[in-house]
Design a protein. Structure first.
Length: 550
């Protein structure tokens, strides 16, 4: 650390923290400290988009959280990977760039997050990105984050066949799921720049690292937030066995992520009294909602044999992977330069849904997300997810020691509505894959399998097979002044305390319809203006935000 006193201390150099470090340090008179528990990692596995499964398996870059036995999943424990590296989870995720449906943000406002409607969030999505198609009313053209498509859609006919099958099934096509119409079948954008992963460490932090007023320290775990009465004054850090304190004259901002931020608040004595008592932490400020309202997306892999030898399974051997890696190292292109989720869809699980609640990712291969258990022969799969779960879980520390991971329970599939929605999702997907456009490629259904037909059989298969999509959110949720379960107000300030904010996906009142990297970056962009006291951006008056049927 260059000094021990700063204007702003940002805890967590992830999808939100790197954005905040860039925006807050843009003026040279502001001294900013960015704290990261992990390190800097420039390994091939992080930079090469196709190596995403290996990136997630890097233990040095992943907190490696695991849920409690989940009662709705027959007691199974699910992995909850979170980035522990500059860039956070944006350095180990699948790089799918999805903002969510505009109605998701209107729903946030309805849940007490005043001002966070889609019209007010849209300008910050635009400010964040440089979209390969150029700027328009919905997309940004000069932001730090490069977003675009992959380079293989024209080469592998399975992508276009999947989209054609959706159209045959009666669904719409969307030209841009982050533009005017999310709903429908089309391309899935990604955060890849010239064949390299565009994490927030690369897009936001790297351009700001040379600023003399920005200090970045890695390998430093934030143990507690320091307070003087009800005023946050700094953070206590442990780095290499040494404890140091850093002081903030303006604000402490927690951007430690969906699991890290509620856990840090609880270790600081801020949270539910019974949870803190059980963990042996003295109560400083009671906030019952800290750690509650935890949400996540689940997904299943519906797999089919492919009748033509055109899938990525041909490359899933040591020689194939080596050739992909060599080409990427030499030219930054080829099969290594994409996440391979180049086509997808956003649909309604039932006609009465007001806006989409189902996401499909198409993959021209049959393999697990973590890269293991590839199919012998050729196959393709659809990652199927229901994106508006009713179940709510929690994060609870077990000790004041930051080395002890918190207990995490999502309560997946404990709500009857979620169980019913998954039945609808499975049947919906089968109808799509059964269309004529995929007939020449479609072989045997491997998962769920032809015998999984009844409600009971689908329920069993989902409970036994479903996995986390790695989109945790909500455990420090925003709400209005009368909501005693809310943790932060609509300006991201922790209720009842001064000079302390939370800015990451933990403040989402409800999880959005899609991957969470894009809305997390948007939240940080908007929060930066709040922190600096700037006028907030608004969408152009008269802009039609939604298609007529949305």
């Amino acid at each position: 650390m260059r000094c021990s006193r700063y204007d702003y201390i940002v805890v967590g150099a992830g999808s939100a923290g790197c954005v905040l470090a860039n925006r807050l340090s843009a003026a040279p008179e502001r001294r900013v400290l960015l704290v990261e528990a992990g390190g800097r990692d420039n390994s091939l596995f992080i930079r090469m988009p196709a190596a995403l499964s290996q990136a997630m398996r890097l233990r040095r870059c992943n907190w490696g959280f695991v849920s409690e036995p989940e009662p709705g999943l027959s007691g199974r424990r699910l992995d909850c990977p979170r980035g522990k590296v500059l860039g956070g989870s944006s350095s180990i995720n699948g790089m799918v760039y999805v903002r969510g449906h505009g109605r998701d943000f209107d729903a946030w406002e309805g849940l007490g997050a005043a001002g966070w409607n889609y019209g007010n969030c849209l300008p910050y999505f635009r400010r964040a990105e440089t979209w390969q198609g150029g700027a328009d009313a919905f997309r940004g053209g000069d932001g730090p984050l490069p977003t675009g498509g992959g380079n293989n859609a024209r080469r592998n006919p399975l992508y276009s066949a999947f989209v054609a099958a959706g159209l045959e099934a009666g669904y719409a096509r969307t030209q841009d799921c982050n533009g005017y119409r999310q709903e429908g079948f089309g391309a899935l954008p990604m955060t890849v720049d010239d064949g390299v992963r565009a994490s927030t460490a690369r897009a936001y932090l790297a351009p700001a690292r040379a600023r003399p007023n920005l200090s970045v320290i890695t390998g430093a775990t934030a143990e507690t937030v320091l307070c003087d009465g009800t005023v946050a004054t700094g953070v206590r850090l442990r780095r290499g066995g040494r404890v140091v304190e850093a002081r903030a004259t303006k604000e402490v901002i927690l951007a430690a992520g969906a699991i890290g931020s509620p856990a840090l608040l609880q270790r600081s004595g801020i949270g539910p009294a019974d949870v803190l008592s059980d963990a042996g932490v003295p109560l400083r400020h009671e906030l019952p909602g800290v750690g509650e309202n935890l949400q996540d997306h689940l997904e299943v892999y519906c797999q089919y044999r492919c009748l033509e030898p055109i899938t990525l399974n041909a490359w899933m051997n040591p020689l194939g992977k080596a050739l992909i890696g060599l080409r990427w190292l030499l030219f930054r292109d080829g099969l290594g330069s994409t996440n391979h989720f180049e086509a997808g869809a956003f649909l309604r699980s039932a006609p009465e849904r007001e806006w989409p609640d189902v996401q499909l990712h198409f993959l021209p291969a049959a393999v697990r997300y973590d890269g293991t258990q590839a199919l012998r022969g050729h196959g393709f799969q659809v990652h199927l997810g229901h994106n508006r779960p009713r179940g709510r879980g929690w994060v609870r520390i077990v000790s004041p020691d930051a080395a002890h991971p918190p207990r995490i329970r999502f309560n997946y599939l404990t709500h009857a509505d979620d169980v019913r929605a998954w039945r609808d999702c499975v049947r919906l997907l089968r109808r799509i894959v059964g269309q004529r456009a995929l007939a020449r490629y479609r072989g045997e259904e491997l998962q769920p399998g032809g015998d999984v037909v009844s409600d009971a059989a689908i329920d069993r298969w989902v409970r036994d097979s479903v996995e986390s999509a790695y989109h945790p959110a909500g455990a420090c949720r925003m709400g209005d002044a009368g909501d005693t379960a809310a943790v932060v107000d609509p300006e991201c300030r922790v209720r009842g305390l001064e000079r302390l904010r939370v800015v990451d996906s933990s403040i989402f009142p409800a999880v959005t319809n899609g991957n969470l990297n894009a809305p997390t970056i948007m939240v940080a962009e908007r929060a930066a203006d709040m922190i600096l006291g700037r006028p907030l951006l608004r969408a152009d008056e008269g802009l039609e935000l939604y298609p007529p049927d949305a």
